[in-house]
Ligand binder design. Structure first.
Ligand SMILES: Cc1cc2nc3c(=O)[nH]c(=O)nc-3n(C[C@H](O)[C@H](O)[C@H](O)COP(=O)(O)OP(=O)(O)OC[C@H]3O[C@@H](n4cnc5c(N)ncnc54)[C@H](O)[C@@H]3O)c2cc1C
Length: 416
C-alpha cells in the first residue's frame, strides 16, 4: 500500500477502514539465507538495503523485544556529518545524503528536518579546532561555515554570550544537519523491508549460536532453532553479550546515556545547538518539548535507566548555555545502552567465524549513521567486501593500531 495525501483523504471519507498493519507478524521459517539479530534502526535498515539494493529476499530480522524499543527510539534524534577524520567523514556524509531522500525511498514520513546544527565555541583554541573540522568537512563535500558571536546573536539572542566562565565566541554551523523523528525511522524501514518480503520477528531473543567447523550454521532463539547461511549481529548496547555467545570478545564497553524532554513550549529553538564547554545538546521537538542530553553516566551498565548526578550535570550545562532553560519544567527522562568502542568509531566487519558479521560500537552517534550503516552492512553481507565509505571500520584496527580516534582521547570509551 502506498501512502499519499490522496490516500489520507480517501480513508477519511471511508472511516479509516482501509489501512493495513505496517508490517506482518511473521513466525520464523526453518532456514534463512540471512538472519539479522536486532530490530533497531541499523538492523532494519540493513534488511531493507539487502532486499532493495542487493536483491536478496530470504531474510529475517530477529528482535528480542519490540520494533523501536531500543536506542533507535530513545535517542535525541540529531543527524549531522560534522566529522574531522577521513575514516569517518565520507561515511557520515553518505548517511546524510541517504537521509535527504529517505522519505521518498521508503514512502514514509520520518519527519526529516534539516534545521541546521550549531556547535558553539568558547575559546580561540576551540575556534581553530572547529575551523579545521569545518575545512575537513568541506574537503569531503559536506557543508560547513564558521560564525562569530555577532552572527550567532542574530540567530539565538537568548544564549549567555557574556558567561564569565564560558563566554561564547561563535559556532561551527552545518546547515544540512538537523533532526529526524526517531521511531518513525524504525517503522519506515520495517515497513519497507516487510514489503520486500523480509520476515520481522518480534519477541524472539537470540540465546545461542550454532557453529560447526568455524562456520555459522544457525541460531538458538526463544522461538527455537533457526538455520542461517549468514548471520549479522546488530544489537548496539547488547553487542558484547550477544557476541560472547559466539565466543568473541569485543573492544566495546556498554554505558548508559540519558536524555530529557521538557513540557511543550512555544517555538523557541529552530535548530540544534551544542554547548562547547561541556556536554549539552538541545533541539525542540515538533510537539514543543525541548529535547536535550549530555554525558554518559560514567560507569558500565546494561540498565536502560540512569542516575541523578548526570541529570544535575546536564542541567548545569544547559543553564550555562541558555539560563532561560531553567524556567522550563522537565517532563520525562530515560536512558539507553551505548556500545562505546575504544576509539569512539564503529565497527562493520566480518568476524573470525565464517558467515558471522558484526556491526556495532556506535557510541553516542549511531542514529545519524542509521542509513549508511544499513547500506554498508548490506553491502558487506551481500558481497563480502567492505563498502567504500566503511573501509576503515575494521575489527582488526584495535590490533594493528589503525585507530579512528575522532576526539583524540585515547582508549577511553567513556570519553568518546
Ligand atoms: C539517550 C540517547 C541519545 C542519543 N542521541 C543520539 C543522537 O542525537 N544522534 C545520534 O546519531 N545518535 C544518538 N544516540 C545513539 C543511537 O541511538 C544509537 O547509536 C543507535 O540507535 C544504535 O543502533 P540501533 O538503532 O540499531 O540500536 P537499538 O535500537 O538499540 O537496536 C538494537 C536491538 O537489538 C535488540 N537485541 C539485543 N539483544 C538481542 C538478542 N539477544 N536477540 C534479539 N535482539 C536483541 C534490542 O532489543 C534492540 O532493539 C543516542 C542514544 C541514546 C541512548
Amino acid at each position: 500500500m502506498r501512502y499519499s495525501g490522496l490516500k489520507v483523504l480517501l480513508e477519511g471519507l471511508k472511516g479509516q477502514t482501509g489501512w493495513k498493519p505496517v508490517w506482518r507478524q511473521s513466525e520464523p521459517k526453518k532456514h534463512y539465507d540471512f538472519i539479522i539479530i536486532g530490530g533497531g534502526g541499523h538492523g532494519l535498515a540493513t534488511a531493507y538495503y539487502l532486499s532493495e539494493i542487493y536483491g536478496q529476499s530470504n531474510i529475517a530480522v530477529l528482535e528480542k523485544g519490540w520494533i523501536g524499543g531500543g536506542n533507535v527510539g530513545r535517542n535525541t534524534t540529531i543527524i549531522r556529518s560534522n566529522y574531522l577524520l577521513d575514516g569517518n567523514e565520507p561515511f557520515y556524509e553518505f548517511s546524510l545524503k541517504l537521509w535527504e531522500n529517505l522519505e521518498q525511498d521508503l514512502n514514509y514520513n520520518a519527519m526529516v528536518s534539516q534545521r541546521g546544527i550549531y556547535n558553539i565555541y568558547h575559546s580561540d583554541a576551540q575556534r581553530d579546532a572547529f575551523r579545521r573540522r569545518g575545512n575537513a568537512m568541506r574537503f569531503n563535500g559536506a557543508d560547513a561555515e564558521l560564525l562569530d558571536a555577532s552572527q550567532l546573536r542574530e540567530c539565538f539572542p537568548y544564549l549567555d554570550y557574556e558567561n564569565a566562565r564560558f563566554p561564547i565566541q561563535g559556532a561551527l554551523h552545518q546547515p544540512r544537519g538537523g533532526t529526524v523523528r526517531h521511531d518513525a525511522v524504525a517503522w519506515g524501514y520495517a515497513r519497507a523491508a516487510d514489503a520486500n518480503g523480509v520476515d520481522i520477528i518480534q519477541n524472539c531473543e537470540v540465546t545461542g549460536f550454532k557453529i560447526g567447523n568455524g562456520k555459522i550454521l544457525g541460531l538458538e532463539t526463544s522461538k527455537g532453532f533457526i538455520g542461517a547461511g549468514k548471520v549479522a549481529s546488530c544489537v548496539a548496547g547488547s553487542s558484547s553479550r550477544v557476541m560472547a555467545m559466539a565466543g568473541l570478545r569485543l573492544p566495546i564497553e556498554s554505558h548508559v546515556l540519558q536524555a530529557f524532554v521538557t513540557e511543550g513550549l512555544k517555538p523557541l529553538i529552530d535548530s540544534v545547538i551544542t554547548f562547547g564547554a561541556g556536554h549539552f545538546y538541545v533541539s525542540q521537538s515538533d510537539k514543543g518539548g525541548l529535547v536535550f542530553g549530555g554525558d554518559l553516566d560514567g560507569y558500565n551498565s546494561y540498565a536502560q535507566r540512569g542516575n541523578l548526578p548526570v541529570i544535575e550535570d546536564v542541567a548545569e550545562g544547559g543553564m550555562a548555555l541558555m539560563p532561560m532553560i531553567g524556567r522550563a519544567r522537565l517532563l520525562r527522562s530515560w536512558g539507553g545502552i551505548m556500545d562505546m568502542s575504544m576509539d569512539g568509531s564503529p565497527i562493520i566487519d566480518r568476524t573470525p567465524v565464517e558467515g558471522l558479521y558484526f556491526n556495532g560500537g556506535w557510541c553516542y552517534g549511531g542514529f545519524k549513521a542509521t542509513p549508511a550503516s544499513g547500506y554498508a552492512y548490506a553491502h558487506l553481507l551481500a558481497t563480502d567486501t567492505p563498502h567504500e565509505t566503511a573501509n576503515a571500520y575494521r575489527l582488526d584496527r584495535f590490533r594493528t593500531g589503525a585507530l579512528i580516534d575522532e576526539k583524540g582521547v585515547g582508549a577511553q570509551p567513556n570519553l568518546h
